[in-house]
Design a protein around this ligand. Structure first.
Ligand SMILES: C[S@@+](CC[C@H](N)C(=O)[O-])C[C@H]1O[C@@H](n2cnc3c(N)ncnc32)[C@H](O)[C@@H]1O
Length: 264
């Protein structure tokens, strides 16, 4: 049998949204075998504590403040593997979703370093679960789109808003807090109903989790209560209303709908 984690190999591992119970058993096993771990800023201490034997290197980026740029991360990973280490690159959520895994795989391939991926639970799945919501809805939300609303300072977020506004499916928007007003304005201008349900998940699955519920025309108002360093996932679409009506979030829906205007 081929050894799962030989010396000189790199595993890109999804750490999930934060709760250690949402790690896969495979991820936990790999954490126990690693001797060096390059981790994102969002990976919590309780997950890192599962690998007391490993050297920890924080290579995380938070709200535009980069502790290490991507090329440096690629180089460090490759160097560690070529030195014969058991290298684990631990990423929040799933490595394949806004995780820059392609660059790291390419860097490994260029130097003949074997690399594999262990998937994780992405923030959108965790947000839907915590909000007792569905990301799809029979007959109403037949498509699910993962988007990032992260843009460099002063740059517009480039998306086909016309198509997104017309589509009836669910939008899962990563890194969308700062651009929330633009997102809502663009979607409504493109034809999306202002009353479309939204679910905002902050620090989902962590002890300081917050879920905010409302409608699309209140999005800018709702996100004002969120700190700039709090990881925030926006879910927009009819499907995310499932299970919400009976919850205490209904009060927030009414308050937000009554007071909010999309500013900017
Ligand atoms: C660089 S992306 C990485 C996404 C990650 N690969 C995933 O699959 O969830 C970071 C963004 O994911 C979202 N995110 C990650 N963890 C989260 C959490 N625990 N709660 C809410 N949003 C989260 C936020 O939008 C955050 O800004």
């Amino acid at each position: 049998m081929v050894e799962e984690f030989p010396a000189g190999m790199v595993w890109l591992v999804g750490a999930g949204p934060g709760d250690p119970d949402l790690l896969s058993r495979k991820a936990e096993r790999l954490l126990g075998r690693a001797d060096i771990i390059f981790h994102d800023a969002l990976v919590g201490r309780s997950i890192l504590a599962m690998a007391p034997q490993a050297e920890m290197v924080n290579v995380g980026k938070r709200a535009g403040r980069h502790s290490k740029d991507q090329r440096t991360i690629d180089r460090l990973i490759v160097e560690a593997a070529l030195a014969g280490r058991h290298v684990l690159r631990l990423k929040g959520g799933d490595p394949s979703i806004f995780g820059r895994s392609t660059e790291e795989i390419a860097a490994c391939a260029e130097h003949g370093v074997p690399v594999r991926i262990c998937p994780g639970i992405t923030a959108a799945s965790a947000a839907a679960a915590q909000g007792l919501a569905s990301l799809t809805l029979r007959g109403m939300a037949r498509q699910l789109t993962f988007l990032t609303a992260h843009a460099r300072r002063g740059e517009a977020i480039e998306h086909d808003w016309e198509a997104l506004g017309r589509a009836k499916g669910t939008l899962a928007i990563y890194m969308g807090r700062a651009a929330a007003a633009d997102i809502a304005r663009n979607l409504i201008a493109a034809g999306r109903d202002p009353a479309t349900p939204v679910l905002i998940a902050v620090n989902v699955s962590l002890p300081n989790e917050r879920l905010l519920r409302g409608r699309l025309d209140a999005l800018a108002f709702l996100v004002r209560a969120i700190g700039q360093d709090d990881p925030t996932l926006l879910l927009i679409g009819e499907a995310v209303h499932c299970g919400l009506a009976a919850s205490s979030g209904e009060g927030i829906v009414k308050e937000a709908a009554g007071r909010a205007a999309i500013s900017g």
